[in-house]
Design a protein around this ligand. Structure first.
Ligand code: 5GP
Ligand code: MN
Length: 324
């Protein structure tokens, strides 16, 4: 943290970014760091590889967001900060532009092994529940008061990565921070409604269609569901967040791992694993070049959907057999 704080103090212009299809932790942490840097008198821009999901568009009321897909040129910056990821390869085409810029690459992240990513200055703590929690700590360290917009960002980070405080990473720091954020004016139910209660009329039908396809494997310990391109097109048309299928599968008694496999339009398969119990899904996806946390991890596999189903099923089977 010391080296990262030093970087914030010394440099004057920053570009904040994160992984492709930025999730709530990523954009929430960006919002919080944006307002911290502004409070320090710095020039700061948020440019993500993809446009913001509709679920998070309420953030734009107080914080400007740009997407590299629609920005031909990047603003001037001395430091690029990657939030909630540590590799330029996860920042899509923007990653190459950041590398070519010659700017300092810094990382703020809570994933396993993020010290070994592309950052030359890294503030990484894999015990933190969310990247937004790390940014909250920076405010304290710099003695900058947390304003309403930043508080909402940190809150979004916390609820996104703890599943609204249900997962095992919802620790004392998370609950203490959440209480403090609500005290600072965050309206939790407004945030919930903004994210989860503005769905497309077709979303229940798409959810039903997706859930119909799940399979129970390895004696009921693995629940696996695949989304092929035609179904993915329907999901996109209904602006459907496919993560919604994970929880119903994880709720089945005896399930230890949930796997969601999505065919990608540009080739390959995106795989998301979630664990209940002691299986380390980060270790499973690491074999395929992915990463994440012990209980939530992902990877992109250069395979067909059928091949990916077999490879993931085998790898999960081996982990279950190894008593991992
Ligand atoms: P999700 O399954 O929701 O995409 O991701 C679960 C967790 O694993 C998140 O913390 C996410 O950042 C991480 N993750 C997902 N895909 C990848 C990947 O391809 N590489 C790495 N290093 N981490 C990933
Ligand atoms: Mn995160």
């Amino acid at each position: 943290m010391t080296a990262f704080l030093e970087l914030l103090r010394r440099r004057s212009s920053f570009l904040l970014t994160g992984h492709e299809n930025p999730d709530g932790d990523c954009v929430g942490a960006e919002v919080a760091l944006y307002h911290l840097l502004r409070a320090l008198g710095k020039t700061v821009h948020i440019v993500n590889p993809d446009p913001m999901a509709k679920a998070f568009d309420f953030l734009a009321e107080h914080t400007p967001f740009a997407s590299a897909r629609t920005s031909e040129t990047l603003p001037e910056f001395e430091v690029a900060v990657l939030l909630d990821c540590c590799q330029l390869s996860r920042v899509g085409a923007l990653g190459k532009r950041l590398l070519a810029s010659g700017a300092t690459i810094a990382v703020v992240d809570h994933h396993v092994g993020s010290d070994a990513g592309d950052g030359s200055v890294c503030y990484v703590d894999p015990t933190a529940a969310a990247t937004g929690a790390l940014v909250r700590r920076l405010y304290r360290e710099l003695d900058v008061p947390l304003g309403a917009a930043a508080a909402e960002g940190v809150f979004l980070s916390l609820v996104s990565d703890t599943g609204w405080f249900r997962y095992s990473n919802a620790d004392e720091e998370v609950f203490a921070m959440a209480g403090e954020l609500v005290g600072a004016g965050v309206d939790a139910s407004r945030v919930y409604d903004a994210i989860h209660r503005r769905n497309h009329p077709d979303s229940p039908a798409v959810l039903a269609e997706t859930l119909k396809r799940y399979q129970m494997l390895h004696g009921g310990k693995l629940a696996r569901v695949s989304i092929d391109k035609p179904l993915l097109e329907r999901c996109l048309r209904a602006d459907f967040d496919t993560d919604a299928v994970l929880e119903p599968l994880r709720s089945i008694e005896g399930v230890e791992v949930v796997a969601l496999l999505k065919e990608r339009f540009d080739g390959g398969v995106k795989c998301s694993l979630r664990a209940r119990g002691d299986v380390d899904v980060q270790a499973i996806v690491a074999r395929f070049g992915g990463g994440g946390h012990k209980k939530a991890a992902g990877a992109t596999l250069a395979m067909t959907l059928n091949e990916a189903e077999a490879a993931i099923t085998d790898a999960v089977g081996a982990a279950l057999a190894g008593g991992a």
